[in-house]
Design a protein around this ligand. Sequence first.
Ligand SMILES: Nc1ncnc2c1ncn2[C@@H]1O[C@H](COP(=O)(O)OP(=O)(O)OP(=O)(O)O)[C@@H](O)[C@H]1O
Ligand SMILES: [Mg+2]
Length: 224
Amino acid sequence: MSVLRLNKVCKKFKSGNDTITVLNNISFDLQEGESIALVAPSGTGKSTLLQICATLDIPTSGVIYINNKNTIQLSDNEKAEIRSKYIGFVYQFHNLLPDFTAIENVIIPLLIQGVSLKAANEKAKYLLDNVGLYNRINNMPKYLSGGEQQRVAIARALISDPKLILADEPTGNLDPYTAQKIFELFLSLVNNINTSLIVATHNLELAEKLQVCVTINNCELELC
Ligand SMILES: Nc1ncnc2c1ncn2[C@@H]1O[C@H](COP(=O)(O)OP(=O)(O)OP(=O)(O)O)[C@@H](O)[C@H]1O
Ligand SMILES: [Mg+2]
């Protein structure tokens, strides 16, 4: 069962009078339970590719299928619904809502789906406990360290048991020891729910823990 399929995706940006090509003819098919590490130098298009996979950005040309559904013609609302139902995203910079506590940040995706507050809170507590933050659930993000905030972001991405998780440098701003621990935790939680996964990372040691490693070379995907 295909979870995410890209067909000939290109992305160009306008920069003054010039056009820069970032992604050229990217095609792949990610099946249920498969995981891909995306390891490529800074500025080669990892974040751009993940944003396009998540329907948060649109390609210049090409098609993105999520669960075999063509997303190109969908309205913003329809895309938001697909994201809410199928995709968990961990951003390069954790991106928590600053005016909400850790647990509120985690439950929001479920509340949007219409899950009751009680059920959402229970699940969020379970996940925050799993990432070692049970005693910090009522803290505002600014009182949490970078690693703690990233663990909240991971709990938030997992709360709706998404079929697809897209993680952009989920441990990029952490020290190597914490990065390794959080990455392993992340993978064990992901394996529990048999989710498909794409992780952009600069860390080759972490990349080796995933099934396939790809890079971006000359705007195209290549196996590492
Ligand atoms: N909105 C935009 N307008 C113009 N150029 C952009 C835009 N977004 C990204 N770019 C350019 O596209 C290229 C790829 O950027 P992207 O953020 O995807 O790289 P990355 O591989 O994620 O890098 P990093 O490892 O530093 O996070 C860069 O040259 C960037 O400047
Ligand atoms: Mg990036």
